[in-house]
Ligand binder design. Sequence first.
Ligand SMILES: *Cc1c(COP(=O)(O)O)cnc(C)c1O
Length: 346
Amino acid sequence: MTTRSPHVPRIDLRSDTVTRPSAAMREAMAGAEVGDDVLDGDPTLAALQDRVADLLGVEAALWTPTGCMANAIALMHHLTRGDRFLAPVGAHVLEAELGTSAWLAGGLPAPLEHDGGPGRPTPAAVTRAAGTAGPYFGLRTRLLCLENTHNGAGGAVTPAGEHRALVAAAHDAGLAVHLDGARIWHAAAALDVPVSELAAGADTVSVCLSKGLGAPVGSVVAGSAAFVAEAWRLRKMLGGGIRQGGVLGAAGLVALDQRKDLLDDHRRAIRLAEGLQALGWPVRTPDTNIILVPTAEPTALVSALADAGVAAVPFGPGVRFVTHRDVDDMMIETTLDRAAALPVPS
Ligand SMILES: *Cc1c(COP(=O)(O)O)cnc(C)c1O
């Protein structure tokens, strides 16, 4: 057991959700103009929702407290009992939302292999999995749920052309498309394309304001005006109708401005991955801000890292590091120094 000096400050690379709201964000929250969003609207939330709808190139949007609620609302809208939905293996809706896609939305999940590249199926696999209408006792495949970036695949980016081809294959087969875009901002920054390019054609989209953008709370679910009218009802059913939400919406508006800093997080993630590779660690250079270390002993590695002053999380068959706005260049170099003192994971 290594003994760590209590004076060694911990470097927290568990997630891009561990960021603290900046002084400017707290100031915007304190000064937010508010109303009662359950009664007749909150002006700051309305401004945030309009801005996200514009960025995504859709008609309307609705703020939600969490990404899980945003996804649940979309899936409840698209699915009912007796339906099936498709999603890439390891998708957040499959693995990290307690099965709400099944027990709340009523859809039986069918995971699709990543045969199109990290985090994504091919359009041909979507067509095949959609199948054709069978006998009355067969499940009806109704929805394709995409994820960009794909968290479980290490923040993997789906390029705009492939996104469009997947949407087209789904629509041709009569499926609706939901895009879990919790980190769509990261994909757009990495590809240097407008966010709307990566949402093109999706019937509904969810995004997070707290994954790397620095908001303490908040997601948005978006789509047609008709969908969003229904989403207000579904959010209320889930207990997500909030009153003076502008205090939180103001944080979301500042978070959207902080998109410009994401490329710094990506640059630091690449530096960390390349540094670990130089130490012999089996990591892939990331597309965005997530680094996965495959290892047979995730718990042992996380605890050795913790003893050395680096916080990471066990993740699938390995360990995950995530860079974010509260980690600077110095902290990445310190992380590499601390990793150098550990045995190479296998
Ligand atoms: C974090 C995350 C969510 C859910 O967001 P919460 O705000 O934690 O509920 C959904 N999808 C993906 C891909 C995520 O990474």
